[in-house]
Design a binder for this molecule. Structure first.
Ligand code: AMP
Length: 488
């Protein structure tokens, strides 16, 4: 956790939530099995817990458990989840919050019916809304921001219709959110007005689906229709025949998370009309243009460095491209290791260089990002020990200098190697012969958008949301919550 003036990366709103969400409305087939398969396709977005809630027209059914999708569900669990409407969630692991009370979908029953919510993102004003709702009698069972959205929406649903209730909640919550929601058997999708996290609409033979990434729609043999627009509410028709869309809040500028393209999303997903794999290849090409270094062999750090390295090697034209680092697939992400010593050991367990590829040669390794610097430092030393003459490091993103408050577990400022070191000092620290990162302009060009439509808070330290104690990069402010707030 951070100390001093700087708030923790969660901005005091409970655990960060970098997750995968799905929602389905089918004509006459239970939604649970397709939700389960879709969640498998979203497993990379969260491995801590998995859950599905369905509605059969009369009541909700739910199964939520810790672990990977394959571990969390038995066949009989899925068979018990009847109903043609359903939503699902996979949750990202973050230290200190491995706890079932934060597993999702979050459900609540109230006078106006039942609600279930799956959330990807992180609100930065959840505490204020929670305090206000607690004062009028709402009892909270978790420290998460998803429960705050659920209670706020339930309260608004007692006073207005579904569309107006969602609109009102959207004007109160501030931060990053892609949501799938089920109100009784109506399935909804909502994306925050700046579109920080992805959310797509897909069509199946017998219904419609909303999912964090299009790869989940492909897995269900569906067709991607389009992204949910920032600030839009999509309501799937209950008979599976279509959907209605309402643009509830408009923002001139968007704040798409660039790190989705760089690291988080699957390369085979299309986000905001752009194939992630192609963005990564292009980032690799640009990396060569900006800071290419002559070497005998270019090697990706698997798996995430692959597309970058293939683009880099293609632009370098003639350089030997080799998969010279072999990955042990059975070791989890280094990030979930409890301390630095365990993280260092994990890199050694995870990656092994092929000696004959590097011996006596000048080697360039390409990775998508440096966070703490553990991976790069270990890799440079492994490759040198395997006989390389020189080891250069090229990174397909700018230096990560500041925490992410929008839901990516990105370490605190103290842990980020680039927070107070320039690239040449980092090169010395990781003992590389040279190190270069990509520029922010190159990132925007590869994603195909204007720099001002991206969230690059972790790079610039200036955020597209109004976060306590942090500067913003645009005119945004937290909504006024409380007595002066106009009620519609
Ligand atoms: P580090 O060793 O802390 O510098 O982490 C860098 C490595 O972690 C890179 O190989 C990235 O692919 C990977 N990585 C970057 N961001 C994350 C994240 N938020 N969660 C898990 N792994 C990450």
């Amino acid at each position: 956790m951070s100390s001093g003036r700087e708030p923790a990366p969660t901005a005091g709103n409970g655990p960060t939530e970098k997750c995968g969400v799905i929602g389905l409305s089918l004509s006459d087939r239970d939604a649970a099995f397709p939700a389960y398969y879709g969640m498998y396709a979203l497993q990379h977005r969260g491995q801590e817990s998995a859950g599905i809630v369905t509605h059969d027209g009369f009541q909700q059914h739910q199964h939520i458990a810790m672990g990977l999708v394959g571990e969390a569900f038995e066949e009989s669990d899925i068979e018990g989840l009847t109903g043609t409407a359903g939503i699902g969630h996979v949750r990202y692991p973050t230290a200190g919050s491995v706890d079932k009370s934060n597993a999702q979908p979050f459900t609540v029953s109230f006078k106006g019916g039942s609600l279930a919510l799956s959330h990807n993102g992180n609100l930065v004003n959840a505490d204020t809304i929670r305090d206000e709702l607690a004062d009028v009698g709402h009892a909270f069972t978790s420290d998460g921001d998803t429960e705050v959205i659920a209670h706020d929406l339930a309260r608004n649903l007692l006073e207005s219709d579904l569309i107006r209730a969602v609109e009102r909640t959207m004007t109160r919550i501030h931060g990053s959110y892609s949501l799938t929601i089920m109100h009784d058997d109506a399935v909804l999708g909502v994306r925050d007005p700046q579109g920080n996290r992805p959310l797509v609409i897909g069509e199946l033979d017998d219904g419609y689906v909303l999912a964090s990434e299009s790869a989940a729609i492909d897995t269900l043999d569906g067709t991607t229709v389009r992204d949910v627009h920032p600030g839009e509410l999509v309501i799937l028709q209950e008979d599976g025949s279509g959907f209605d869309a309402y643009q509830l809040v408009e923002h001139d500028q968007h704040a798409h998370c660039f790190f989705e393209y760089v690291y988080f999303a699957r390369p085979d997903s299309v986000i905001d009309d752009t194939l992630v794999y192609e963005v990564r290849r292009d980032l690799g090409r640009k990396l060569w243009e900006e800071s290419g270094v002559e070497s005998d062999v270019v090697m990706p750090v698997p798996d995430s460095g692959r597309a970058f390295a293939s683009g880099y090697a293609e632009a370098a034209d003639g350089v030997d491209f080799a998969e010279g680092l072999m990955k042990n697939r059975y070791v989890g992400r280094t990030f979930i290791m409890p301390n630095q010593e365990a993280r260092e050991r994990a890199v050694r367990l995870k990656l092994n260089p092929i000696r004959s590829t590097v011996e006596g040669r000048t080697v360039t390794i390409i990775d998508d990002s440096i966070v703490r610097g553990t991976t790069s430092k270990q890799l440079v030393s492994l490759i040198r020990d395997a006989g390389a003459e020189e080891v250069h490091v090229r990174i397909g993103a700018p230096p990560i200098r500041a925490p992410c408050y929008m839901g990516i577990d990105m370490a605190t400022r103290e842990e980020l190697i680039a927070a107070d070191m320039d690239p040449s000092t980092i090169a010395e620290t990781i003992e590389a012969d040279s190190l270069a990162y990509l520029s922010t302009d190159a990132v925007a060009a590869a994603i195909g958008t204007d720099r001002s439509n991206l969230c690059m808070g972790c790079v610039t330290g200036e955020y597209p949301y109004d976060i306590e104690g942090e500067p913003t990069d645009r005119a945004v402010s937290r909504p006024a919550i409380g007595e002066d707030e106009p009620r519609s």
